[in-house]
Design a protein. Sequence first.
Length: 567
Amino acid sequence: MNDIRRTILWVVFGFSMVLLWDQWQVYNGRKATFFPSPSSPANVSAPLGAASVPAPVAAAPGATVAGVPGTVTAAPAVAVPALPKELVVVDTDVLKLTFDTEGGSLVRTEFLKHIDMADKTRNVALLDESKERTYVAQTGLIAAAGGALMPTHKTVMTLAPGPRSLQSGENELVLRFESPDLGGVRLVKTYTLKRGDYAVEVKHEVFNVGAAPVSPQLYLQLVRDGNKPPGESSFYSTFTGPAIYTSAKKYQKVEFADIEKNKVDVEKQSTDGYVAMVQHYFASAWLLGDNIKRDLFLRKVDTNLYAVGMITPLDNIAPGASKVLPARFFAGPQEEKVLESLAPGLELVKDYGWLTILAKPLYWLLDKLHSLIQNWGWSIMALVLLLKAAFFWLNAKAYSSMAKMKAINPKIVEMRERLKDSPQQMQQEMMRIYREEKVNPMGGCFPIMVQIPVFIALYWVLLSSVEMRNAPWAMWIHDLSAPDPFYILPTVMTLTTMLQTALNPAPPDPMQAKMMWIMPLVFSVMFYFFPAGLVLYWITNNVLSIAQQWLINTRMGVPPQFNLPKF
């Protein structure tokens, strides 16, 4: 029965790894491998002329865009004298932004306090419009049915004179883009950048400069290619793609592949929420206030180019009147407390996967420990120590059961050898030994099963937390989000795993004895590619487990001994 108990533990471990891999696939924006969930196809498109980066979307006069409530018919283009466009670079203490006067669009965001992992001589750039990448934030107007072409993200605007850098002693920097008169309206975009803030206030003012009332609609969108971020590890790649949040359906992330196949099932109308583009550690999002009607869309723009956005009506604007719609654009690191303060549900772009309910309190506790210790490496170790203390009695029961099994193991081995030709009698005799010795062969299973979700959740916390980027621990570990450059921590982790395995009694069955060593060793090899923070967490867990198992065995009169593999 002893080998059956170990077999069950390995099955539990293996099934947990299957679940972890399955949810890892979902987290990465792929279909679940083992437990796929059905998705309903939806025909979702962006507004006409709103999503194309190379050129405006064209349609025949009178044609409508399918799938988005409130979209409008196409209007013939109106010839407008072309103004020369230019790129304008501005910076604050945390951001370096590049705007294109074509549409007053944001075409590059550089984070001055975050170094690029692929090239540490540069800062992280999230949005970018270059030969290698396309990732931009755009806004513009579309007219009501039969209306003329209005200012879009393809309309060249004029930038008002003013400073281009946040000056010492100042807390905000303002940029004002003004469009020419098109379709009887003029659009003015005002960006307000604040010190220490990754969220930019974007005010849209629409002036009716014509002789008739107008009813424009404002669109806000993010357009991105479907490539993974540069330098992203293929070994533990995380989700990259668009996401939509509403109070009705909560957080919904969408695979680029599903947009490609027109298989998107998201909320299409709402009065709250946001649209976002998500990748490992960083995100961008358009934020509107609550109680503002909006239509949400996801669509393919071009080959390997996708858009997520929202459209909101500005209602009727009388001649000579104007309407103002404030919005905010966030582009920055996924710092949970910052995201929570910006908009409800925005913290969910930091995706913990299927164990969010456990991961969020674990991150909260880790953050509190860091505020005291001021070192993320030591904070990780302290958190594992607290978790081991919380599960001390559960572990004690498991190790006590294992110690009892180890104590009677010689009897079991002798009995199995003696009755190897009588399986039924062997089973009866084994049960008799368990009753007499008051041993529960399943006693070590339940405590371990209870802890598995907690430690998987902690795994996702450490993998997802941008705070680990370029965060040093000690000595040679200068970045907890990168693999150990000298492979010292993975080697220590492998040794502690082998030691922990050696402390367990060897199964009588030779094949099971080999599996007891092969599976942990294969699992350990994976850690040579994992971030140092994850390896540090696992080493700490191993060491504390070994110490507790050693202590309990000694107290129960079962001297610890090492059972080395026999291959």
